[in-house]
Design a protein around this ligand. Sequence first.
Ligand code: GDP
Length: 297
Amino acid sequence: MFENLSERLGGVFDRLTKQGALSEDDVKTALREVRVALLEADVSLPVARDFVKKVQSQATGQAVTKSITPGQQVVKIVHDALIDVLRGEEEPGALKIDNPPAPILMVGLQGSGKTTTTAKLAKRLKDKQGKRVLMASLDTNRPAAMEQLAILGTQIGVDTLPIVKGESAVQIAKRAKQQATLGGYDVYMLDTAGRLHIDEVLMDEVQAVRDVATPRETLLVVDGLTGQDAVNVATEFDGKVGISGVVLTRMDGDGRGGAALSMRAVTGKPIRFVGLGEKMDALETFEPERVAGRILG
Ligand code: GDP
């Protein structure tokens, strides 16, 4: 995911660390290249600008240019600044799911990986935390999506709410809550319908479901390959329905990584998990330290 960015920054820092003594101009030139590399990775302009400004003010101080390993000091400052831009206050993978049955609302555009992620997360909660999970598909327009969730449920050993034809999304959400309560489930996950684009019908439906379910967590699933678009989608969903976090999918692909770097800074919402493939265990918590390490090689 971060190969190109990593390579570009690697080149910049190689030159810097080989140089020995550094002038403020050397640092400035290097940081200009960092800025270009970030923009090429599809990081949003204000985020790239702030990032470089922050690093610059720390890196042009006496302590750095006069130190024995100035280049390495700059790399360390960049590393810490990357972690800063990626990190939220909360533990990324820790979901608020006490007080059973805890509803988790899964939202996002069609094709983002929402259904796959719902199942991956259910499996994770079952395997790692021993939770009893019930999944329900609210995609009344696409019977295939409902069946897909049922098939995944069987595959991972997680129950799904039986499909009843003709129900609305809100009716399904109510039935899921009822069944989760009666059945003694810890968590129930509502996989809402997606559309190809954000529109009023989609948002109205998600809002109506949210109002009956009062979810403990509302996770937006977005395709990590779509860069700044992913951030725009997050901004829209947060404004309309309120999200508690983001799951970035397809981080195993060759996207440029900008979505991961801009998401927190632009939306104020943390990335909680990343999808790293189609398999049911290809979901990891988002660890800023690991990501910063991967970017800086
Ligand atoms: P939905 O329409 O948002 O529910 O999307 P789906 O869950 O049906 O996923 C669409 C396609 O993306 C499927 O083929 C998934 O296997 C694939 N997919 C989902 N998450 C990931 C991921 O993290 N990496 C990769 N490579 N593929 C993914």
